[in-house]
Write a protein that binds this ligand. Structure first.
Ligand code: F6P
Length: 330
């Protein structure tokens, strides 16, 4: 690279925002190495949008991202920024990015992160590329998000353990899984563990009398232990209210287990390393093509670019899989 080219070296910020997800490190690594290999300067912005306000920047080298592809979480940290929700905050962020001569950003996160990019593009002329990273898989325009596959595996292995104890004690368990307002994790985990019922926000209203009736039916058929998966955002009730209401129709106790943040941790699966790597590298390719205002994603195994607005579209669950639950748990 000659001196003239060096002068035009683009400076690209990379950050993670929202809930962490396994595979984010693979994406960071790919952004950094593909970027540097193609003549870009890659700068980490620590703790999401907060890192812009705090001017918490550090240039990364290929060595900074060594040995991280197998690590859960994100080495550049993540956060949800209250300041960035305000118009003044966005304007301030744009000024800081300008002051530090950034040419573009690669933002790894979920729908909130992309709403942030959409606001930012009104006030800043730099390139903005989103990379979908959330265990919830609730992002329009991509079949999968980084972290979803690992979270499913983690939840399934926890549920297998719950099944062991449920079977031994002949108990009925209500198990809450994450997913915010979407039932992707609940459905896939429920199918994977042979759950007797799966309660998801995509299938409302929830009728607990019907759920109780199907529990009775299962018991009559000889089943002694049952697992009911409850998506955390199923409706405005929490799992304790569900259990309380359900107890009106049952003459035995139900047990509650909330899997919680265990679902977000752990080493990324092969699939999430693959997805994180391809999307991270592809984001850089989009920067090199002077593109902006898009998210990179994967559709039918192919890399795609979608306008940021499309990321906010609601994705539908697999209705066929959902329709199988009752038949498969007879
Ligand atoms: O978006 C990922 C997610 O884990 C959701 O499934 C969950 O609703 C939320 O984040 C929890 O967020 P936090 O851990 O920041 O409270």
């Amino acid at each position: 690279m000659n001196i003239k080219e060096m002068k035009h070296m683009k400076k690209i910020g990379v950050f993670c925002s929202g809930g962490d997800a396994p595979g984010m490190n693979a994406a960071v690594r790919a952004v950094v190495r593909r970027g540097i290999a193609r003549g870009l300067k890659i700068v980490a912005i620590y703790r999401g949008y907060n890192g812009i306000f705090n001017e918490d920047f550090k240039e990364l080298t290929p060595r900074s991202v060594g040995n991280i592809i197998q690590e859960g979480g994100t080495i550049i940290k993540t956060a949800r920024s209250k300041e960035f929700y305000t118009d003044d905050g966005v304007i301030k962020a744009a000024q800081i990015l300008e002051k530090h001569c950034f040419d573009g950003l690669c933002a790894i996160g979920g729908d909130g992160t992309f709403r942030g990019l959409m606001k930012l593009q009104k006030h800043w002329k730099g390139q903005l590329i989103g990379i979908p990273g959330t265990i919830d898989n609730d992002i329009g325009g991509t079949d999968f998000t980084i972290g979803y596959d690992t979270a499913i595996d983690t939840a399934i292995s926890a549920l297998d353990r719950i099944r062991d104890t449920a079977d031994s004690h002949e108990r009925v368990f209500l198990v809450e899984v994450m997913g915010r307002k979407a039932g992707f994790i609940a459905l896939e985990v429920g199918i994977g563990v042979g759950a007797e019922e799966i309660l998801i926000p995509e299938n409302l209203p929830i009728n607990l009398k019907t759920v109780a009736a199907s529990i009775h039916k299962a018991k009559q058929s000889g089943k002694k232990a049952l697992i009911i998966i409850v998506a955390e955002g199923v409706d405005n009730r929490d799992i304790f209210s569900f259990a309380k209401e359900l107890s009106k129709y049952l003459d035995f106790k139900t047990y509650i287990s909330i899997l919680g943040h265990v679902q977000r941790g752990g080493a990324p699966s092969a699939r999430d390393r693959w997805l994180g790597t391809r999307l991270g590298a592809f984001a850089i390719d989009c920067i090199l093509n002077d593109e902006s205002g898009i998210m990179v994603g994967e559709k039918c195994n192919k890399l795609v670019k979608v306008p940021l607005e499309e990321t906010q579209n609601k994705k539908s669950i697999d209705k066929y899989a959902y329709s199988l639950i009752r038949d498969l748990s007879i």
